[in-house]
Design a protein around this ligand. Structure first.
Ligand SMILES: Cc1ncc(COP(=O)(O)O)c(C=O)c1O
Length: 386
């Protein structure tokens, strides 16, 4: 049978982590001792109080039913309380908050609510790949905004041609940023709001790493910026903050008409999050302190690589390091393959996050201090970064 796939399927870029998983599986099959600094998936277990609440709730009568599409009111209230505590912002749990089956789900579905064929979506490059794939699945055209070191990995809004800005419907942004670990200054967020208002563009701000920050730095919510609540929404996730990547729970909050539009799309696709997981999510938001483990790991890695004269920038937030390729390498893919072959270390090639990511690789701090130290020992003698 000849399968006639849709253009949208054929237009999807290959998903970076699938290829990395394949390479890793091969190395493990060969019995090699691989240190995986590739995927941003916390290594530590979910805190006990959250797991215990799930166990309590899993068999409770009533929790087996279809959950409401809008999410459990108590979970929305817990999100609202968390926002109030964390950002001093008051969000209406009925209209301004929508639970998601992981923030990835909402990010991928949101373009379906706004994009007609060939509409433009402005998105960072390099970036979390789902901004691009969600755009393509909705029939839109991704318009990449390069994130360059000389601009502190912030997009240059004044370089976007007026004709492009006029055609754009959505703008995706993510700070603290995956993969560059950059953070957004307040003036930049103000600039974003003005730009969005001028061109009538919906801002989709991804704040998945807001709780992983170092040396006293406290990332802001985009919604704290004056005017932001008129033009955008913010995605959050329990995944990284509470070691819950496999649980699939997050939320989006902000402008109520945007939230409502996404809720309408979702009501035709999914049936919400298992009630027991939402109840465990309440415990996470109410009682559990975000992970503090990454600061020490970051210090060890930055110090270790600097001793080897690698040129690494110390991140203020996220559990990533975005590092220049060592001299002698021009392809991030080639570098990652070499590192795996010769040193049994997995890192993410920068090009997997977009063409402007070429020349870099990403290290995730999601392994123990011992493994980080071992990884540093393994790269002694490699040509250093520039
Ligand atoms: C920037 C960014 N946003 C969103 C997500 C998705 O997180 P989740 O779907 O687990 O909430 C990730 C996961 O790696 C990410 O790096």
């Amino acid at each position: 049978m000849y399968l006639n796939f849709s253009h949208r399927l054929e237009n999807l870029p290959p998903y970076l982590f699938i290829e990395l998983d394949r390479l890793k599986a091969e190395a493990i099959r060969e019995g090699r001792d691989v240190i995986d600094l590739g995927v941003g998936d916390p290594d530590l277990p979910t805190p006990q109080s959250i797991v215990q609440e799930l166990s309590r709730q899993a068999g409770k009568k009533g929790n087996q039913h279809y959950p409401s599409n809008k999410g459990l009111p108590e979970f929305r209230q817990a999100i609202s309380n968390w926002y109030e505590r964390r950002f001093n912002l008051s969000l209406n749990p009925d209209t301004e908050i929508l639970p998601l089956i992981g923030s990835k789900e909402g990010i991928a579905h949101l373009p379906l609510a706004f994009i007609n064929p060939r509409d433009l979506v402005l998105l960072p490059d390099p970036a979390y790949p789902v901004y691009r794939s969600g755009t393509i699945l909705a029939g839109g055209i991704p318009y990449p905004l390069p994130l360059l070191k000389e601009n502190n990995f912030l997009p240059e809004l004044n370089k976007i041609k007026r004709g492009i800005a006029r055609k754009a419907k959505l703008l995706f942004l993510n700070y603290p940023n995956n993969p560059t670990a950059a953070v957004a200054p307040e003036e930049f967020l103000e600039e974003i709001v003005n730009f969005a208002k001028k061109y009538n563009i919906v801002v989709c701000y991804d704040n998945a790493y807001s709780e992983i920050a170092f040396n006293g730095y406290r990332p802001k919510s985009f919604l704290e910026t004056k005017g932001a609540r008129d033009v955008g929404v913010e995605f959050h996730s329990l995944s990284k903050t509470y070691n819950m990547t496999g649980w699939r729970i997050g939320w989006v909050c902000g402008q109520e008409k945007i939230i409502d539009a996404l809720a309408k799309i979702k009501s035709n696709i999914d049936s919400g999050i298992f009630l027991a997981i939402q109840r465990a999510g309440i415990v996470a938001l109410k009682e559990v302190e975000p992970q503090k483990i990454y600061e020490r790991r970051k210090n060890i890695l930055v110090e270790g690589l600097r001793k080897l004269s690698w040129n690494v920038q110390e991140p203020k937030a996220t559990f990533y390091l975005w590092v220049h390729l060592p001299s002698g390498f021009s392809s991030s893919l080639e570098f990652s393959q070499t590192l795996l072959k010769e040193k049994n270390i997995i890192v993410s090639p920068g090009v997997g996050f977009g063409s402007s990511g070429e020349g870099y690789f990403r290290i995730a701090l999601t392994v123990s201090e011992e493994k980080i130290k071992e990884a540093i020992n393994r790269v002694v003698g490699m040509r250093n970064g520039t």
